[in-house]
Design a protein around this ligand. Structure first.
Ligand code: AHN
Ligand code: ZN
Length: 325
């Protein structure tokens, strides 16, 4: 009897020891992930839209760039402005500005987050052809991704993650050739990211991986696995879609293959070799693929939904704060 009891005690002691070792072991840590504020992100989207269309060379474009730089500096980021003149497909000279904000600059392990901040000069997908020359307001197409990243920057400024984070707002993404000109030139898009990928702000810059946010604010948006992302960075896509699912956002993040979109992440993968993925609203089943507001005069604040901003922002925050070096 006594021996049985002592055996049990030894066993219990053994178990509790094991448990103790486990709870203090290195990879069993717990992190507090900041809470993403959708109200705040929504506000950052609206602030950009309130400037008017941010078409390169326009005054709203200039005013908005100053606003973005000053807010990111207020959050404690080290901000570099990469001002450069880029030539569009039609010969237009665009005074572009890639806005690069860095946190934890001393860290070698880094995550790159990006979105485009310019808006498109033409509503070339508007049902009314008379609107062709009306610039896109770009609440979702441009401002949503930037707004989510601004809220992420605000959270990082208040509670530092374990890893370095660079946030780039790329310019001149949306100056691509309209379909009606029938010039097949994917490289007419994403001029800012092409330039940065060839001329990064830091010599030999690299990051563990990159995440692009493009059109991440529309109501009931669905984010399928974009195929260029799966080609260059499948494990990152897996990680993000699994994280979203575990957080209960599987109605937004659909774990199935979507379109193949030439977007800023393509050049970041191809030119500078940072494995990068695109979270983008694109439904392979629908007619245009993108939402029906896309490149129309309808891409205004009515198109923006806080629930979508929250799902995307929360997922990306969890990715950042669970990354340890
Ligand atoms: C193409 O349509 C080739 N690319 C879409 C990239 C884009 C435009 N993202 C936002 N606006
Ligand atoms: Zn666009």
């Amino acid at each position: 009897m006594i021996s049985k009891i002592s055996l049990l005690l030894v066993a219990l002691l053994f178990l509790s020891c094991k448990q103790e070792t486990k709870s203090s072991s290195q990879n069993d840590y717990s992190v507090v992930v900041p809470v993403f504020s959708a109200d705040s992100a929504y506000n950052y989207v609206k602030r950009q839209v309130d400037f008017g269309p941010r078409v390169p060379n326009s005054s709203p474009h200039k005013a908005c760039s100053e606003y973005l730089v000053s807010v990111m500096r207020d959050f404690g980021a080290v901000v570099v402005e990469q001002k450069v003149q880029l030539t569009a497909f039609n010969g237009d000279k665009l005074n572009a500005n890639n806005i690069i904000s860095s946190f934890n600059v001393e860290k070698n392990q880094r995550i790159l987050l990006f979105a485009h901040w310019d808006s498109r000069p033409w509503s070339d997908h508007d049902p009314d052809p008379k609107n062709f020359n009306v610039p896109v307001i770009g609440a979702n197409d441009g401002a949503s991704g930037v707004g989510v990243l601004m809220e992420i920057a605000r959270q990082i400024g208040m509670q530092s993650p374990n890893i370095g984070v660079d946030i780039i707002f790329f310019d001149a993404e949306d100056y691509g050739a309209p379909d009606k000109y029938q010039i097949d030139s994917p490289d007419s898009w994403c001029l800012g990211s092409q330039y940065w990928s060839k001329n990064p702000h830091v010599k030999n810059y690299t990051a563990n991986f990159g995440i692009l946010l493009d059109m991440v604010g529309a109501k009931d948006a669905k984010f399928y696995r974009e195929q260029i992302s799966d080609y260059f960075a499948r494990s990152i896509v897996d990680k993000i879609w699994n994280t979203a699912t575990n957080l209960g956002f599987d109605k937004f993040f659909i774990n199935r293959s979507g379109g193949t979109i030439t977007d800023d992440h393509y050049y970041v993968n191809k030119i500078i070799g940072i494995p990068s993925i695109d979270i983008i609203q694109y439904d392979p089943q629908s007619e245009v693929g993108f939402g029906d507001y896309w490149h129309t005069t309808k891409d205004d604040m009515n198109n923006i939904d806080k629930e979508t901003l929250f799902a995307v922002g929360t997922t990306v925050l969890h990715i950042i704060y669970n990354e340890i070096q």
